[in-house]
Design a protein around this ligand. Structure first.
Ligand SMILES: *Cc1c(COP(=O)(O)O)cnc(C)c1O
Length: 386
């Protein structure tokens, strides 16, 4: 469907998933809030039937997301990013083996642990930037993994994976590959084009983009995998609300502008932070010295707008920074128009290999000089004694 449009992603974000163009038709489709649909007799495959199976507002968002990720089948939208991850993991059989990055969204790891206890999944954590180590774990002792989970850049350490090499190596031994593309967005990286089998998104973040919706999506080129994911959504019931789907599609229209602006600002801020005397370390793939820089330059159409920052002075300095900002908002989440920051290890579920003093910054679309001035004053505020 979307492979052949030939349009740029910025244009697709504005035009995909629109109602049919005919005289008198609305330009923007209204949300359809019905829980059921008129029908009788044997169900036809093309009728929606009931609100847990289908909804016209999902269809529009699913078409738009598929066009952006260049997927051959419509996306499957879910109630949250976690519901999307859960649905994608349902392709792994009970007792199966999954290889997953050491640094990935913290609840991805927690869900896999839970599935380990309940369904006997074997989970192996790896440094996703170390291609040889990842592929050795995928091959195992002659018993290849069922699924390689990839996140790139990773949350919150911003490691960059060599996606084409990982897909080729995993497929060579029959291992499927799923990619959490939340941080990059389809503006910056389209994993299906690198051969990935499944892509998941926390639509909550950049795609919806306005910090007013929790939603997820799964994408694939393969009809059988899509059927599996849809069956999981219908049976487990983690469906998207039509109102949330409508808000997400509305937010998606400005994705290109938001991503371009916020990642340009992130590169400026990362460079200035790296020079600041109160800063110990900055992680952002735009920095020439960053471990992910070369790979991101080769594989991605941008460097994203999340920054990892370790101020001098340890946890106290990190907490003081978060408390001293006035324009930036101390809050979890990312990818919205507002700039947010938080110390990640405040969560007990965050990986113990993430430094205690790491502050994750999500750069929004405010003026970059205002963002810098606020960070500068906050870095100069001394931590309180105690
Ligand atoms: C937030 C996030 C998720 C979880 O998505 P929710 O919409 O919060 O359920 C998954 N992966 C990444 C990379 C995230 O940042």
């Amino acid at each position: 469907m979307s492979h052949s449009t030939g349009l740029s992603r910025a244009t697709i974000a504005v035009t995909a998933g629109r109602p049919e163009r005919r005289r008198g038709a609305p330009l923007t489709a209204p949300p359809v809030l019905s829980s059921t649909y008129v029908s009788s007799g044997p169900p036809r495959p093309d009728e929606p039937l009931y609100g847990r199976n289908a909804n016209p507002t999902w269809d529009e968002l699913e078409a738009a997301l598929a066009a952006l990720e260049a997927a051959a089948t419509p996306a499957v939208v879910t109630s949250s990013g976690m519901a999307a991850i859960d649905a994608a993991l349902s392709v792994v059989p009970a007792g199966g083996r999954v290889v997953v990055p050491q640094h990935a969204y913290q609840l991805t790891g927690a869900l896999l642990e839970d599935l380990g206890r309940r369904c006997g999944l074997h989970v192996q954590r790896v440094d996703v930037a170390d291609t040889d180590a990842v592929l050795a774990a995928v091959r195992g002792d002659g018993d290849a993994a069922d699924l390689l989970w990839v996140e790139s850049p990773t949350n919150p350490m911003l490691e960059v994976a060599d996606l084409p090499a990982l897909v080729a190596g995993a497929h060579a031994v029959g291992t499927a590959v799923a990619v959490d593309n939340t941080f990059a967005t389809p503006m910056v990286q389209r994993p299906l084009e690198h051969g990935a089998d499944l892509v998941v998104h926390s639509v909550t973040k950049y795609l919806a983009g306005h910090s007013d919706v929790v939603l997820g999506a799964v994408l694939t080129d393969q009809a059988d995998l899509r059927d599996r994911v849809v069956a999981h959504r219908t049976l487990h019931g983690a469906i998207a609300g039509p109102w949330e789907a409508w808000l997400a599609l509305r937010g998606l229209r400005t994705l290109a502008l938001r991503v371009e602006h916020s990642q340009a600002s992130a590169a400026v801020l990362a460079e200035r932070l790296a020079e600041h005397p109160a800063v110990l370390e900055v992680r952002h793939p735009s920095l020439p010295g960053d471990p992910g820089h070369e790979r991101a330059t080769r594989l991605m159409a941008g460097y994203g707008s999340v920054i990892g920052l370790r101020p001098r002075g340890g946890i106290a300095a990190a907490d003081a920074l978060v408390d001293a900002v006035r324009l930036w908002v101390p809050a979890t989440s990312l990818g919205g128009v507002e700039s947010l920051l938080e110390r990640r290890r405040r969560f007990a579920t965050e990986s113990p290999t993430v430094p205690q003093d790491l502050v994750r910054l999500s750069v929004g679309i405010e003026d970059v000089e205002d963002l810098w001035a606020d960070l500068e004053q906050a870095l100069e505020t001394p931590p309180e004694e105690g």
